[in-house]
Design a protein around this ligand. Structure first.
Ligand code: PLP
Length: 401
């Protein structure tokens, strides 16, 4: 019997594939790897040392997470973000990605609302969980942000008002690189409250706001905001797989038990040595604090340089505010590109990779329409501003001969 007809249409994530393709090409030419977004920073020494010391820890820990870690996480976010995080409503999971999926898997039916562009995994996750996916198209003028007007209009015109609505909002954004101000979050909160929307607020890059000015939606809309974060970005520890989720008090008797059910029937608990070591990170002593500060300075400087080089080459991009990405719009090159038979963002990225050795991820990976010529550039995987200038020159040479 062939199983093909029974398999889900789910594929290897594009962000991981681009890295593999860049590696293959590297044997034959110089490749500018702007595709894959992984923190280049080492794990802070004191946190890595904590892990080494706990290498023999082997017990299963509680499904919700080791209590001293949940306490440290809650205290950290209360202090950093002025939000009311409580340890009894924190869930520790193997990465925030799986925690986001756990929220989706806790619902039998829901409508998941995504902003285009947004991170690649939300839509496949929502579909795996069997939910309806709706999208709102953001634009370059608002630096790819969701606006309260768009949200309000969508809520008024929903086709399935009987389903709970779960908005996934990510800021600082992957791929946008931009974030929301206090006023913008407040304005969104008013609309969200009015329509009773549940939000998964993906704040994995919050600590990497370049100016240390991250604001959490949970401050303005505490009753409906689930926040996710973790060690992957600000501690450079993506491979450790430690994510955190905070559940609002209003959902502590309904959703939280279901989340614990999903956790206990799937991952059981996060690796014990990692949880013990994570306490050191979340205690946020002077060594970790200055490590984060230094990262912000480096990212800010790289991001501003990268945006400057692109803008000078006529590829418009918003100045980054946090994280490691830019989401340039090649619209100004449209005519020159059309003469080369490049009409879509997939075609653009394919040609840039094979002919200029520049690896970018096409906007379509983030839910953008093909004809909007956008791509994500990750500015942490290159060896200095000179490489970026060289890459821009190659792109211009290839696309505007
Ligand atoms: N959310 C966004 C926007 C990301 O870019 C990533 C990682 O690339 C994640 C979530 C997943 O992070 P974690 O390593 O905590 O699963």
């Amino acid at each position: 019997m062939s199983i093909d007809a029974f398999l889900r249409p789910i594929n290897h994530s594009e962000t991981l594939l681009i890295n593999e393709r860049s590696e293959q090409l590297e044997s034959s030419r110089r490749v500018f790897r702007f595709g894959f977004g992984q923190s280049p920073f080492p794990v802070p020494a004191c946190v890595a040392e904590g892990l080494r010391q706990q290498a023999n820890a082997k017990a299963y820990l509680p499904v919700q997470g080791w209590k001293p870690l949940r306490e440290a996480v809650a205290a950290f976010h209360r202090q950093q973000d002025s939000v009311d995080w409580q340890p009894e409503r924190v869930l520790i999971g193997p990465g925030s990605k799986l925690l986001i999926y756990a929220v989706m898997a806790s619902f039998t039916r829901a409508e998941v609302l995504l902003v285009s562009p947004s991170w690649v995994s939300y839509e496949p996750q929502a579909k795996l969980a069997g939910h309806k996916v709706s999208r709102l198209q953001a634009n370059a003028d608002s630096e790819w942000r969701l606006t309260p007007e768009m949200l309000d209009q969508f809520c008024h015109q929903r086709e399935t008002p009987e389903l709970p609505l779960i908005l996934v909002l990510n800021y600082p954004g992957n791929p946008s690189g931009t974030t929301y101000s206090e006023d913008q979050l407040q304005a969104l909160a008013d609309v969200l409250r009015h329509h009773g929307v549940l939000v998964i607020s993906d704040e994995i890059y919050g600590m990497l706001h370049h100016q240390g000015g991250h604001r959490s939606l949970a401050r303005y809309y505490p009753e409906g905001t689930l926040v996710t974060g973790g060690l992957s970005k600000w501690c450079g520890a993506g491979g450790w797989r430690l994510g955190v989720l905070h559940v609002p008090e209003a959902l502590s008797e309904s959703l939280l038990p279901r989340l614990l059910g999903v956790a206990s029937e799937t991952w059981s608990c996060v690796t014990a040595p990692v949880q013990y070591a994570a306490v050191e990170a979340y205690a946020f002593g002077p060594e970790v604090a200055s490590y984060v500060q230094r990262q912000r300075e480096i990212l800010s400087s790289l991001g501003q340089q990268a945006a400057g080089v692109l803008n000078e080459a006529g590829i418009s991009t918003a100045l980054p505010q946090g994280g490691f990405y830019l989401f340039p719009d090649f619209g100004q090159w449209r005519e020159a590109l059309a003469r080369l038979n490049i009409h879509t963002s997939d075609q653009l990225c394919e040609r840039l990779l094979t002919e200029a050795g520049v690896a970018l991820l096409p906007g379509t990976a983030f839910g953008m329409p093909q004809e909007v010529l956008t791509a994500r550039l990750s500015y942490v995987n290159f060896d200095g501003a000179a490489a970026l200038t060289a890459a821009a020159d190659e792109m211009i040479a290839v696309t505007q001969p």
